[in-house]
Design a protein around this ligand. Sequence first.
Ligand code: ADP
Ligand code: MG
Length: 238
Amino acid sequence: MTNAILSMDRINKVFGFGELALHVLKDVSLEVREGEFVSIMGPSGSGKSTLMNIIGTLDRPTAGGYFLQGEAVHALSEKRLAELRNEAIGFVFQHFFLLPRSNALANVELPLIYGGKGRAERQEIARQALDRVGLSAKYRAMPNQLSGGEKQRVAIARAISTKPRFILADEPTGALDTATSAQIMRLFRDLNGDGTTVIMITHEQEIAEWADRIVRIRDGRIESDEPVAKREAKEVAG
Ligand code: ADP
Ligand code: MG
């Protein structure tokens, strides 16, 4: 597939050794193409976070191939891995991970510092990213002055500020109420409409259905991988 951003070929992950070995991921093969919005769904303990860490290049598979933008991630040096991670992936987490003593603008600017951009340019990009997520009025707000949904918007602005190849979101609504969760999912849909590829991990069916495709994992294996039906009905209802 020419426009695949990432592909995994029979990924396995084993924690521990010998009698204590725990085989967490079993022959997981997966391909994500540019412009997709994919949910990875499964019950607690099924291996979602383990898979997320491998997709995010924060951990390596025990066996199998992982290719990101055509590079063989499983064989890269730590240095190249860190570069690739910064170029390619915008992370969004359940608990936001904002710097508590930095305002919204400074939080969004942070990954741009590694990109070596000057201060004026960084601030301009950070303002645009905050505008994009609906926080034009909150540039100077500190994290403790923001609601949960607003904090997650800052984190999403930070994730898109570097123009990554894809956003990788781990339970992005896990700390939010139902109404706020729907707003955040609508934002992901908007960003996806602009062409942003989104990979989202969740244990909630309701949330997973905001994507166009759901990959279900159970016991470390892919159980199903299917498009989401009834999108129009959902958007009308939502
Ligand atoms: P999920 O995110 O779907 O809840 P995880 O990927 O966190 O599942 O965990 C899957 C299984 O792998 C669990 O049994 C968990 O205890 C185990 N596991 C996860 N990380 C480690 C680790 N670093 N060392 C040992 N076992 C682990
Ligand atoms: Mg998890």
